[in-house]
Design a protein around this ligand. Sequence first.
Ligand code: FUB
Ligand code: ZN
Length: 662
Amino acid sequence: MKKTSILFVLTTCCLSAISQPKNSGYPINPVPFTSVKVTDQFWGQRLDASREVTIPLAFGKCETTGRYENFHKAAHPSPDYKVVGFSFDDTDVYKTIEGASYSMQTRPDKKLARYIDSVLTIVAAAQEPDGYLYTARTMNPQHPHHWAGHERWEKVEENSHEFYNLGHLLEGAIAHYQATGKRNFLDIAIWYADCVEKSIGNKAGQVERVPGHQIAEMGLAKLYTITGETKYLDLAKYFLDKRGYTTIKGTYTQSHKPILEQDEAVGHAVRAGYMYSGIADVAALTGDTAYIHAIDRIWDNVVSKKLYITGGIGARHRGEAFGDNYELPNLTAYNETCAAIANVYWNYRLFLLHGDAKYFDVLERTLYNGLISGVALDGGTFFYPNPLESDGKYKFNSEGTLVRQPWFGCACCPSNVCRFIPSLPGYVYAVNNSDVYVNLFMGNTAELTVNGKKVSLTQSTDYPWTGDIHIKVSPRSKQQFTLKVRVPGWVQGEVVPSDLYKYTDGKKLSYTIKVNGVQAESTLDKGYFAISHQWKKGDVVEVHFDMEPRVVKANDKVDADRGKVSIERGPIVYCAEWADNDFDIFSVIMNQKPEIRVESKPDLLKGIHQLKTTAQLVAQNETGRLQVKDVTLSLIPYYAWNHRGSGKMAVWLLQNLNGLNR
Ligand code: FUB
Ligand code: ZN
């Protein structure tokens, strides 16, 4: 709106000062993305692709698909505008700026920073005089988006996404503020947050509403930590407390009952994952243990009954939703890329609450498999669903998502990838007083603050291809603290922290950890090998995890996987794909005790370790009689499938004929 820009200038002067930032409230402190520089080969390739391809692509799509145009139109509303697209298209702009902000932290880019400023000018101009920011209504208030309703917030518990837009706006703006120190995006977000905060609640003149699609809870909690303003935390808590008590009711939106009574993951998986993450944030900041118990119960349900071996969640295409317990189909698995991202957010927060490595085991499994499968190695195309099997034909929707695509009409996944990948440095370490957690293994240099003193860490490793990790520890001056190295579940013989999957090959892997060449001893505490030491500059920790191909079987209650096995090595889940096997991979029967070789292939799929094993191929001859012959089956990391055209792929491979009856 035209008047808005003048008002914007005036109003920003009165906006919240950032004088009293709070910590995250979690007992364990995150080490922010701003403190860790990734120097890793595996992740370096992904980060380069994100910076060089994904982010420019997403900005380009925001331009060519009319996302910016929407903000322009909202700045100059007209009854002639037809509101098209999705009611949450604005969020793609916010999410792309968020990703670019993380990325610029590692690689400053003045041109990109100027471009973002110009986009923010357009965004600011679309904001209404009271801060309301929702182009799907503002551009034509008489005929807003058909999901929006005639009044503000009228359909926010259905599909207007007015609060979802707020959530992504806050997430993006806070990342931008943290990365650049500039307030131009943050002020826009605060202004819209204030507008929502004034409008929603049980006071006179307010309306009682909760988000139809969660994420504002996370954004508001984060805004509280940045500004110290309690009203944002109160609003986040209100959204959670009220859920199940307003007009919206149903499993799809996790509003079928009050949150404190929930114990099973149901409904739309992205909404659910964001809600559980928001609950963790609010619980951490308010000390509400009842909320923590609720998400602990739901986590147990997911990890023991609803988690794919790839870490994906949300089995059903219909409703983009969790299935029933043990409903984990492979060919039709939905596993939205956004849901994998939400699963990472949630598990990260549970780690920060409980300090248990099992959450990072789930996080790592999701990260290396069901999440990065959602973006091509070159960063230029995306999957929306991430099935565990493909017949080369099955399509999820009219857009034919079987082949990664450069964008979607509903572009939530590409823009989510855009913001997630560059944020990865923030997941590597965490600190709690004198405990330093090493959670992910990747080459990086980091500057941490431990008990008020600076400590540098340098990791070098070929993980996920080898289990050797070299960590240089350099405090400014001698300092006593405990380095807690996560010993992944896969080294300890645990596929996931439940009986949903188990290793069946009888192998026992081990690990060693040395400090300055001397083997260290420790019993594991919540999955961490704790090294208490008087550290001095240049101390070296050498971690070795045995890494071997492993054979995994699913719980018999999972119909889809009965009689089948899947193969993994370290954190990587493998699959068989047509391109590496000149026979029908669906007609292969794995040996009862497969011997699996590891071959390094630096030129294949940006450098992978391929697995090879002998298996039996069952075929019919001309007269229809079964014939069996030995073949060499090649396996590649699941994340790398579908880079050489569309065809058959399977994560779960037949080992026993009872699998044919599924
Ligand atoms: O509703 C916004 C996003 O669109 C959801 O998170 C995705 O699942 C897709 O439905
Ligand atoms: Zn998505």
